[in-house]
Unconditional design. Structure first.
Length: 109
């Protein structure tokens, strides 16, 4: 589902060497670190090398790939629920909390 949203390899555009890493495994590794909170260096050996996974994750972040994936999946979920692909209304909630000097002083003690 997300494969078409991922950037093509440089070799597909006539430059660079062929991609040797499985992008599905890279995506799985990134999601694994997000879900478990483990450090990149502690990724299980089933995944590509941590530096490779981190590099792809940063590259995709800079290119806006994560946002595109999020938008596409959100749109599909909304359509499956028989709603429009994009939201037609927004709800904004705000809350003000007053603090006093006494309260702030207590934080520093």
């Amino acid at each position: 589902m997300i494969e078409p949203l991922l950037p093509a390899a440089k070799s597909d555009r006539g430059r660079g060497r062929k991609r040797t890493v499985n992008l599905r495994q890279v995506d799985n590794a990134i999601r694994y670190t997000c879900r478990t909170g483990c450090a990149w260096e502690l990724l299980p050996n089933d995944f590509p090398p941590p530096k490779t996974v981190y590099g792809y994750g940063r590259k995709w972040e800079k290119k806006g790939v994560w946002q595109k994936i999020h938008d596409e999946l959100r749109q599909r979920v909304r359509k499956r629920g028989e709603r429009k692909g994009t939201a037609t209304a927004w709800l904004i909630d705000s809350q003000s909390v007053k603090t006093t000097l006494v309260c702030l002083q207590a934080l520093w003690v």
